[in-house]
Write a protein that binds this ligand. Structure first.
Ligand SMILES: NC(=O)C1=CN([C@@H]2O[C@H](COP(=O)(O)OP(=O)(O)OC[C@H]3O[C@@H](n4cnc5c(N)ncnc54)[C@H](OP(=O)(O)O)[C@@H]3O)[C@@H](O)[C@H]2O)C=CC1
Ligand SMILES: O=C(O)CCC(=O)C(=O)O
Ligand SMILES: [Mg+2]
Length: 411
């Protein structure tokens, strides 16, 4: 990893996770596959524009390129070089474009590997409405939720074997002999591990997030009626954690009705739970009742794209993978391969992930500058194809032109 720039310095993090950010931090970036290079170029223009606008020459980001995905394979022969993992740890804060994962076979997800290896256990995906965005909802402005998705276990742990493999046959035999469980012939087998400690640290982060921001509720989203000992346990562990560690700051929804006459006591957030299928319809019909959602990995993946669609689509859906030490910011969407290299897709999601990065390092003036300018750009109906096709009277611009339009609107 090269380092350059006279004042460039590393961000450091203490044992309680507090960052110390120099005026000219080195921040890692992975360009990504598919449309990644297009949206990264656009994002960089916007973030640099905002830092300059907010701080003049007093602050500056020194970007450190880290290789992953197709570019890494081409340049190093590896999909995810060790140097990249060490680079993210060294930088403490990094941002990435999307990386391709083949369906069915081939390499396992590099995105998931990054989260697991670096223990970035909370996938945080805020979903909010920017005025003027097209939406299939009557009241998209009522959607304002933050998804906290467990990022390291569940069916994403990658413990699975193909139908007919020696391992799948041995597991089927073991299940039959030990537990009398019959699997249909030629069954593929996957394992869904969900642990108490990993559930607790995710829910703890979600509750703290709600408390820090004065948000009214945290909802545990699970499929515990069917998967009783995994998703059902997520619910139980989540409630237990909230009442044990945040006893005087939280109240469960059932207590609200049973002992508080339907009104939560002042200063307490309500912890509630919803079964995942019901949560999708609640998000459409009663979104204003939900603020922070804490959920296992698979539910969180599905929910993030669905919620994004409610406020304008995957083009404006940011995210962060956060651990106790490092944070890696990335859009909710993938590589959108059919648009690769066309300078066409919406860089909004990665730009807003950059806003989350700026907030994470405490550069709130620059973060606000981007958000204001982005809002103005959308309000002026200067948008990429995805929004233009849903808007009356929009001016469709390319990905790079959108970035310049945002910078022009900075104050
Ligand atoms: N974190 C990551 O790096 C992720 C990686 N992936 C990977 O990405 C690859 C492609 O996945 P796929 O299922 O096609 O999902 P994608 O999210 O890449 O794309 C699906 C559709 O969403 C819309 N879309 C996505 N990004 C944008 C954008 N920036 N601006 C506007 N519209 C956008 C496009 O819709 P339309 O066709 O209507 O224009 C696109 O065809 C897979 O290999 C997958 O594994 C997927 C998710 C996350
Ligand atoms: O890793 C991938 O390719 C897909 C991951 C994904 O969809 C997500 O994290 O939202
Ligand atoms: Mg996804």
């Amino acid at each position: 990893m090269s380092s350059h720039g006279n004042g460039a310095a590393w961000i450091t993090v203490n044992t309680s996770g507090r960052l110390s950010v120099p005026p000219e931090p080195r921040i890692g970036f992975i360009e990504g596959d598919g449309t990644g290079p297009d949206i990264w170029r656009a994002t960089r223009i916007v973030l640099e524009g905002a830092v300059e606008k907010a701080y003049g020459t007093d602050r500056k980001i020194h970007w450190q390129e880290l290789l992953a995905g197709e570019k890494a394979l081409k340049e190093t022969g590896e999909w995810l070089p060790e140097e990249t993992l060490r680079g993210i740890e060294r930088c403490v804060v990094a941002i990435k474009g999307p990386l391709t994962t083949p369906v069915g076979g081939g390499i396992r997800s590099l995105n998931v590997t990054l989260r697991q290896v670096l223990d970035l256990y909370a996938c945080v995906r805020p979903v909010r409405y920017y005025a003027g965005m097209p939406s299939p909802m009557k009241h998209p402005e009522r959607v304002n939720m933050v998804v906290f998705r467990e990022n390291t276990e569940d069916v994403y742990a990658g413990i699975e074997w193909p139908a007919g493999s020696d391992e799948a046959i041995r597991i089927a035999r073991f299940l039959k002999e030990s537990f009398g469980v019959d699997l249909p012939e030629e069954s593929a087998v996957g394992i869904k591990p969900m642990s108490r400690l990993r559930t607790e640290r995710l829910v703890r982060r979600a509750v703290r997030y709600a408390l820090d921001r004065g948000l009214p509720s945290v909802t545990l989203v699970h499929k515990g009626n069917i998967m009783k000992f995994t998703e059902g346990a997520f619910r139980e562990w989540g409630y237990a954690l909230a009442s044990r560690e945040f006893a005087d700051r939280t109240v469960s929804e059932s207590e609200v009705y049973e002992t508080h006459g339907g009104k939560p006591p002042a200063g307490r957030i309500v912890v509630k739970d919803r079964i995942a299928d019901a949560m999708f319809q609640q998000a459409l019909l009663r979104p204003e009742e939900y603020h922070v959602l804490a959920t296992p990995n698979l539910n969180g993946d599905y929910l993030s794209d669905a919620l994004a669609a409610q406020v304008g689509g995957l083009g404006m859906a940011p995210g962060a993978n956060i651990g106790d030490r490092c944070a890696l910011f990335e859009a909710t969407h993938g590589t959108a391969p059919k648009y690769a290299g066309l300078d066409k897709v919406n860089p909004g999601s990665l730009i807003l992930s950059g806003v989350m990065l700026l907030q994470h390092i405490g550069w709130n003036e620059a973060a606000d500058c981007v958000e204001r300018a982005l809002q103005r750009t959308v309000s002026d109906k200067v948008v990429t194809y995805d929004l233009a096709r849903q808007m009356e009277g929009a001016r469709e611009v390319k990905c790079s032109e959108f970035a310049h339009a945002v910078v022009e609107r900075m104050d």
